[in-house]
Each structure stands twice: as C-alpha cells, then as structure tokens.
Design a protein around this ligand. Structure first.
Ligand SMILES: [Zn+2]
Ligand SMILES: [Zn+2]
Length: 251
C-alpha cells in the first residue's frame, strides 16, 4: 500500500498536470511553483540589495560601498528601528514592471490569491533581516473600516499572515487600530504625508504589546509616513522594538 508521502507526491504531480504552475505576471509556464515568476519577469524585478540605508532600508544606487544612513533618516530619525523590503517598486506605470502590475491586481483587482505568493516572497527574500531580528508578533498595518468594507480585505493582513506562517510567529490583526480616516496620500508631498498620518493609529486597549518585538507588515513603503505613525503608537503602548517589513519599496 502506498505511503502517505507517495500519495502526496502523486497528488502534487496530478495537480501540476491539471494546473501547471504559471508566472503570476505573464502566465508563462514555470518549472517550479515556488518561484512564482518566470525568469524573464523576475529579471525585471529589481530586488532590494546592499548598499542600503541601515534604518529605512532604502537601496543606494550602485552596487559597491557599505550600508549607511540616508539623508532623510539623518535629518529625522524614524520611530521604527529598521525597515526592509523585498523589492523596489517603480513609481510610474509602465511596460516591464511585473511587480507593480501584480501588486495592483492584488490590491485593486481584488485578486486575493496573489497574496500568498507575494507574502512568501517577502518572507523568504528578507530572510537575512528577519532572522537577525526575531519577533514576538506580526502586526499588519490596518485599513480604516470604511476602506476595508469597500475593498473587502486588507492586503497587509494577507501578507502578514504568510510571513507569520513562514516564520512561525503569530499574527494579530486586531492590535493596531486605525482611529481616524486619512485622505489618500498619493498626491501629497512628504511633509504633508506626515501631517496627514498624525494620530491616525492607536493600540487596541484590550491587547498588550508591552515588551514585545514586533514585525510591522505592509505592502508598499512609500514615504514611510504610515509605518512611522504605526510605530509611534506601538512604542507608546510599550512595544520594545518595531521592525518594518514590506513587500516593496518605492524608489
Ligand atoms: Zn512572467
Ligand atoms: Zn534611511
């Protein structure tokens, strides 16, 4: 009688045959599902690599030199301890930007099934950073209830859940609350973004983060204003350290 492993392998083979793994962007067939993108699409995704800002994780141009603080972090130190992202997020729409297109499909096209591969890519791709800063809990950046109702899901929760599963760290989406609705940030300058976000988050009084090290998860790091305000609330409630993890980082 075949063992469970053999049955599992046969089932995987059958599923592969019925639903061959495909690139999440161009739908090209791929050999291994765990890569999620084909070679061509993957080549077009610029991963975050050293040298980068030791605090906010912004990658510097060029591939040589040591990590150091960027001008923005030197001028005003963020509230969180450090931030890292898996890949760079191009600021403009355009051809050949697989990650941007896939993230847009995930968020605005409500293609929730993309959350799992994207969450795993960030959990795996930021291994160096995450293993250096073990955490007690994963906390996703919350959406305002009104936007949550409109979108139907919070992308940060889905990504955070995968990160938590991959690293066996519990995720709690009910700790951080969005206490105030904020207008969309896209048209705002950096200083305006900061003001826009002030006091937008609080910690659920029924929960405790005292003494905890937190991985704060979001999809895209743009100016850092959102994760900065979340960090302020978490640290004010007694969190020990906040490390920010995002799938992508605007460059
Ligand atoms: Zn592809
Ligand atoms: Zn920086």
């Amino acid at each position: 009688m075949p063992t469970r492993d053999v049955l599992g392998a046969r089932l995987a083979f059958l599923l592969d045959w019925l639903y061959p793994p495909r690139c999440r962007h161009c739908r090209e067939r791929i050999a291994q599902d765990e890569s999620y993108f084909c070679h061509l699409c993957l080549q077009q995704i610029r991963l975050v690599s050293h040298p980068l800002c030791t605090t906010c994780g912004r990658p510097f141009l060029g591939t040589s030199g040591a990590d150091h603080l960027c001008g923005a972090c030197l001028g005003r130190a963020p509230r969180f301890h450090q931030a890292r992202a898996w890949a760079c997020y191009p600021s403009e729409e355009g051809e050949g930007q697989p990650l941007r297109e896939v993230v847009q499909r995930f968020k605005y096209g409500r293609k929730i099934s993309l959350g799992k591969p994207l969450g795993r890519l960030m959990a795996r791709g930021c291994e160096e950073f995450l293993s250096a800063h073990p955490a007690d809990m994963v906390i996703p950046v919350p959406l305002h209830p009104k936007r949550l109702r409109w979108r139907g899901f919070n992308q940060a929760v889905i990504l955070g859940r995968e990160v938590g599963r991959s690293w066996k760290v519990p995720m709690d989406p009910l700790i951080l609350l969005r206490s105030r609705e904020t207008p969309p940030q896209t048209q705002l300058a950096e200083e305006e973004r900061r003001m826009n976000m002030r006091g937008a988050f609080s910690v659920n009084p029924a929960k405790s983060v005292a003494g905890k090290t937190v991985w704060l998860v979001d999809d895209v790091y743009t100016s850092g204003a959102t994760v900065n305000e979340c960090s302020r609330a978490l640290l004010k409630a007694g969190a020990k350290e906040v490390y920010v993890l995002t799938l992508a980082r605007a460059v």
